[in-house]
Design a protein around this ligand. Structure first.
Ligand SMILES: CC(C)(COP(=O)(O)OP(=O)(O)OC[C@H]1O[C@@H](n2cnc3c(N)ncnc32)[C@H](O)[C@@H]1OP(=O)(O)O)[C@@H](O)C(=O)NCCC(=O)NCCS
Length: 414
């Protein structure tokens, strides 16, 4: 509270309310543009939401976006309101553990209702005023009203502001540290071994395969069918040795799983390019010039397979590989072939990079080509138990459970 020279009492008020697409879009985009993700002072990543601030949650079954609006109340008269922060959240049912089935063979998933916080931003000129904290608390209220049992967030390990806000002030604990692996899309096509057959699965086969083989993987979404049927999903692809199958001899998911080849791998591709664009800012002219030269060379001599840098300093799109899995001694090699295939698909669609996110213990990560400089080796996921629900029964408190070898990263909230 401030008493102005005139004697009027001025109170600065911050109100958190639901985002209104009719009136808030341009202001929210403005805050987004001014927000760096991660620590300042070096290269940083900006996100262009293509005019739709809800885009990163709108494909989830239940979602909400809140904005923090600030205004000065002068003796009961309001001065102009402005948006200074926002937060998105969504809720869905995912696997948090597994139990043995009656026949003792296939593990069965244990599901829980999980909430996820993303896209928390506070305008740089209004930080350290507890606005971030207020937004998180309000979002958590909505999570509880909707019976979510856990809430989690993902942030860069070195984003001190965010890590401290969630761990010191909101009761979250560090949970998993998956890696975001990013592969540049070159101007040339990547060679895919001719000894590998890649088969695009019909959506129903993709669903059966994921439900039967991956539903007990942590974070597996129970509504996988809606993920696979979404227009942003570009397909699910299985790689096998060309000695075992050709594209025409796919027997259907049931027969395939009843008698699978010795080795196989699977992944799906999601088109994030139509949802948001990214841009790397803060690079020197020398660095930009060098990157541009590699690109010109790669375009001119594609047969040389030069590892050129895509145009990351202007808005670029990405494809996400998700639902990676596989079995057998050749699974890593088959994963590599699938990643090469996904690269070529991304090239056809004009993307700058192909990304994926995998558990730090994922055995197939050896088959995922990526550039260390573009990747994030430790994306930190922090979790909190919200309520006393007990759908996770035999798992106990999920927040204390050890990590599995794999996690299922939902492309809807990447
Ligand atoms: C992270 C962010 C949302 C914090 O918003 P904020 O409104 O400034 O945070 P608050 O004022 O509510 O801070 C609450 C607590 O968080 C921690 N915190 C916030 N900013 C911090 C900083 N720069 N350094 C260390 N701790 C910080 C402190 O514990 C703080 O409490 P204190 O002020 O009593 O010490 C803001 O810095 C931001 O928009 N960053 C860029 C986008 C981003 O990284 N988002 C997070 C992705 S999940």
């Amino acid at each position: 509270m401030v008493v102005a020279d005139s004697g009027a009492v001025e109170v600065v008020v911050v109100e958190v309310r639901e985002f209104d697409p009719e009136r808030d879009c341009s202001e929210v985009e403005d805050v987004e543009r001014r927000c760096e993700v991660g620590p300042g002072g070096k290269l940083s990543l900006f996100t262009d939401l293509l005019g739709d601030p809800i885009c990163r949650v709108r494909h989830s079954p239940t979602y909400l976006m809140l904005v923090a609006e600030m205004f000065v109340d002068k003796d009961g008269d309001e001065e102009e309101r402005k948006i200074v922060g926002m937060i998105r959240g969504c809720i869905k049912t995912v696997t948090c553990g597994k139990k043995l089935s009656r026949n003792g063979k296939n593990p069965l998933p244990i599901y829980t209702k999980l909430a996820y916080i993303l896209g928390l931003r506070v305008s740089p000129s209004h930080r350290r005023m507890k606005i971030g904290l207020k937004l998180v608390k309000k979002m958590e209220e909505w999570f509880r009203e909707n019976d979510a049992e856990y809430s989690y967030i993902a942030t860069e390990n070195d984003n001190q502001a965010s890590v401290k806000l969630f761990t010191d002030k909101c009761g979250y604990s560090k949970f998993r540290t998956p890696s975001i692996l990013v592969q540049p899309v070159f101007a040339h096509r990547v060679r895919v071994s001719s000894r590998v057959t890649i088969i695009k699965l019909p959506a129903s086969d993709a669903e059966s395969l994921y439900r039967r083989r991956f539903s007990s993987t942590e974070f597996f979404p129970r509504d996988i069918d809606s993920v696979l049927k979404n227009r942003l999903n570009l397909g699910t692809f299985v790689a096998v040795s060309s000695e075992s199958y050709c594209a025409e001899s796919w027997p259907g998911a049931d027969m395939f799983l009843a008698d699978p080849p010795e080795s196989w791998a699977v992944l799906s591709v999601w088109n994030c390019k139509d949802v948001f664009k990214l841009e790397v800012r803060g690079a020197s002219l020398v660095r930009k010039g060098f990157c541009k030269t590699t690109r010109i060379m790669d375009r001119a001599f594609p047969w040389l397979h030069l590892p050129s840098v895509p145009g990351l300093f202007r808005p670029f799109g990405l494809h996400l590989m998700y639902g990676l899995g596989g079995e057998g001694p050749m699974a890593v090699k088959l994963t590599k072939a699938l990643c090469g295939f996904a690269h070529n698909l991304a090239k056809e669609h004009g993307c700058g990079v192909v990304a994926t996110e995998v558990s730090s213990l994922e055995p197939l990560r050896l088959g995922i080509p990526h550039w260390k400089k573009l990747s994030c080796s430790e994306d930190l996921w922090c979790i909190k138990r919200l309520g006393g629900g007990s759908s996770d029964g035999s798992v106990g408190d999920w927040t204390n459970s050890p990590p599995g070898l794999s996690i299922f990263v939902d492309p809807r909230e990447f």
